[in-house]
Design a binder for this molecule. Structure first.
Ligand SMILES: NC(=O)C1=CN([C@@H]2O[C@H](COP(=O)(O)OP(=O)(O)OC[C@H]3O[C@@H](n4cnc5c(N)ncnc54)[C@H](OP(=O)(O)O)[C@@H]3O)[C@@H](O)[C@H]2O)C=CC1
Ligand SMILES: CC(C)(CO)C(=O)C(=O)O
Length: 318
């Protein structure tokens, strides 16, 4: 298959490297010229899990483009930009999407599918998310940081040939993938739990595992998860009876050694996805008359830290 991946950062390059290694054609769309240049010179560099020596980077062929109009004949588009870049990315990438070439989001955040619908027909959109993890180490080069399933599905829950084909291609390339007929509900599960871990770890500046060590941080995360559940239920999202508190504890344990993406963004002085996580959950609730004070407070705190460049003593500027 020919995959066009929009956003050649951490997760976009990870998926690109796996798909290229699996024998697929990979075209990347990226706004950073240095990434486009690096990929076109060397391919996508992949440093395997557990490796730290740059000599262990393997390069996988791919082409990269600043302008999606230069790509033709893609069979599927994968959207791998941060949630706050969805509209800008879709404005350009919409031209690649058609009945025969759907667009799959693997972003973590709420509201992305709705933004995508402003640019392409809803029938061309696949929902998804991933538990794979990666960090960019240089332009076009990523370190594979963690392995977990990728979940994709049609928004109306049907098991169509196209969703099965994409899942089959991802799976055969080493990206364990499951088709789920309730992908939107599952995405809410992930966002509710990750919102709590991300926000509290960014404020406390601790690893995910350390969040479980103190009753105060556990209670704070559980309150965020309970408010997230209330927002989802008020918005009519069927959470399928999932025990979100159990999922929260399980996720903290499974990623115990990780610095969360939001903590890393704060350390690096980068914009976080707080607005598509705690912020979005808070707004879903507010629009339905709920007062979700913990989500509101954490959302305001992280936004303020972001604006103040609050990376602390261990941050990149020392
Ligand atoms: N990294 C990970 O391990 C995981 C990430 N995710 C999710 O995947 C999404 C992407 O995350 P991640 O890969 O970490 O993000 P990165 O910031 O590493 O990569 C995104 C890349 O897209 C570029 N970009 C921004 N706007 C556009 C545009 N309009 N067109 C093309 N490229 C653009 C960015 O450039 P610039 O930096 O200049 O903005 C950046 O190079 C997020 O929603 C995240 O939550 C999910 C699971 C794991
Ligand atoms: C699960 C978690 C919190 C792992 O670090 C994550 O998805 C993130 O960092 O964004």
């Amino acid at each position: 298959m020919h995959f066009a991946i929009v956003g050649a950062g951490s997760i976009g390059c990870l998926f690109g490297a796996f798909l290229s290694r699996g024998g697929h054609k990979v075209s990347l769309v990226e706004v950073r010229p240095e990434i486009v240049d690096a990929v076109n010179r060397h391919g996508i560099g992949l440093l395997p899990m557990g490796a730290s020596d740059p000599s262990q980077i393997a390069f996988h062929p791919a082409r990269a483009f600043l302008d999606p109009a230069d790509i033709s004949g893609a069979d599927a588009v994968i959207l791998a930009v941060k949630s706050f870049d969805t509209a800008a990315a879709m404005r350009g990438a919409a031209r690649l999407v058609s009945d025969r070439c759907p667009v799959l989001s693997i972003q973590t955040g709420l509201g992305n599918l709705e933004v995508m619908e402003r640019f392409v027909d809803r029938s061309a959109i696949l929902g998804g998310f991933t538990y794979m993890a990666a960090t960019a180490v240089a332009p076009g080069r990523v370190h594979h940081g963690g392995t977990g399933p990728t979940v994709i599905g049609e928004l109306d829950g049907r098991r169509t040939p196209r969703v099965e084909k994409i899942a089959g291609a991802l799976g055969a390339a080493g990206l364990e993938t499951r088709v789920d007929d309730r992908v939107v509900s599952r995405l809410w599960h992930k966002v509710i739990v990750v919102s709590a871990i991300n926000a509290v770890s960014a404020v406390l500046k601790v690893k995910n595992g350390d969040l479980l060590a103190h009753p105060e941080s556990v209670q704070l995360m559980e309150r965020l998860v309970d408010e997230g559940r209330a927002a989802a239920e008020a918005a009519g999202v069927d959470l399928l009876g999932e025990d979100l508190r159990a999922l929260l504890h399980e996720t903290c344990r499974a990623t115990a050694e990780n610095l969360s993406s939001m903590f890393l963004d704060i350390l690096n002085g980068s914009r976080t996805e707080i607005d598509a996580e705690c912020g979005a959950l808070f707004r879903y609730g507010r629009e339905r008359g709920l007062r979700l004070l913990t989500l509101q407070t954490l959302s305001e705190l992280v936004t303020a830290m972001e604006k103040l460049g609050h990376h602390g003593a261990e941050g990149r500027h020392g």
